[in-house]
Design a protein around this ligand. Sequence first.
Ligand code: TXA
Ligand code: MG
Length: 342
Amino acid sequence: MVRIVRATQAEIDEAVTALRDGELVAFPTETVYGLGANAQNPSAVQKIFEAKGRPTNHPVIVHLDSPRYLHRWVREVPATAQALAERFWPGPLTIVMARNPNVHDIVTGGQDTIAVRVPAHPMAQQLLTAFGGGIAAPSANRFGRISPTRAEHVRDEFGDAVRVVLDGGESQVGLESTIVACEPAGVRLLRPGAVTLAQLRQIVGDVQIGTLGAAPRVPGSTPIHYAPATPVTIVPADEIDTRAEDASEGGRRIAVLAQRLPLKTYPSVTWINAGRRADAYAHDLYANLRTLDKAGCEQILVQEVPGDEKWDAIRDRLLRGAAASEVESGDLAATGALGVMP
Ligand code: TXA
Ligand code: MG
């Protein structure tokens, strides 16, 4: 695994200058790479939406180096948020709270809440501390596509459109942060991630599973999201071999993301064995999907992952990726995606 944890002073200076000039900077976090702009500069934040092709009513997360300036962004910090921040920050948890009224609408999508995260990646910390302010950043991918977990993924997506790309090696977690909303009525999980429901409940007791509707909008929770360009189909674990064999009949090119080796060699099948460990599977998931997406196949068959909680975030992303084509078992809402179908 490539581990580059610190940037040189020259790299940080360049990135900070770009942020102060209202330009975009891609930077590593432990979840995925972010596409950052000065959160206090609306025209800089506007550039994020243009680069991603993302609708401007979708709010972005504000990244801070520590909770010390949280009050600039948040109206008040609920006790639940305080407890979660103490336990999980810096780390892969985003907390949605009532916004401070002077936060720009483009950051919050005009909502009365704001999403805040303190990332743990040392290079993100270096950048945030040197910049001295909040960095608004969604994942550094084009709208609806797979999040980047390596600097080269960001360059593949954006080319020269992003002036500075800090290279921090492979994102350790590999999936986007867990998002919770801390509301007067209680805590709701809006997006599953590395911080699990059980871990959240240990700190704050009851946690509801988020739903859309009256809830804040979470575009990452639209069914079609996190999607490769090649159609994705989720296949029951014990059928992965027969399905690969059948689909590849006549030399049709098929990609497979499995958790074991194939039982035999199928000539036109590109098979990735992502293993049985959830953390390693998550770490490699987006890089694997990118590899399979580029393999020139007609479809990607994904072996259904186990049902236990440590696979929740992975299952959620796979289902959303598959929703771009279809989910075989029929109704998406019936598939058990944690989260939050409209
Ligand atoms: O791990 C992560 O969270 C990465 C890294 C870069 O921090 N960021 C990320 O950002 O995944 P993005 O924009 O791709 O996904 C953040 C999600 C979006 O679905 C957005 O709508 C939601 O957070 N969000 C932002 N502000 C919100 C708010 N006030 N209420 C509800 N959802 C919000
Ligand atoms: Mg995203």
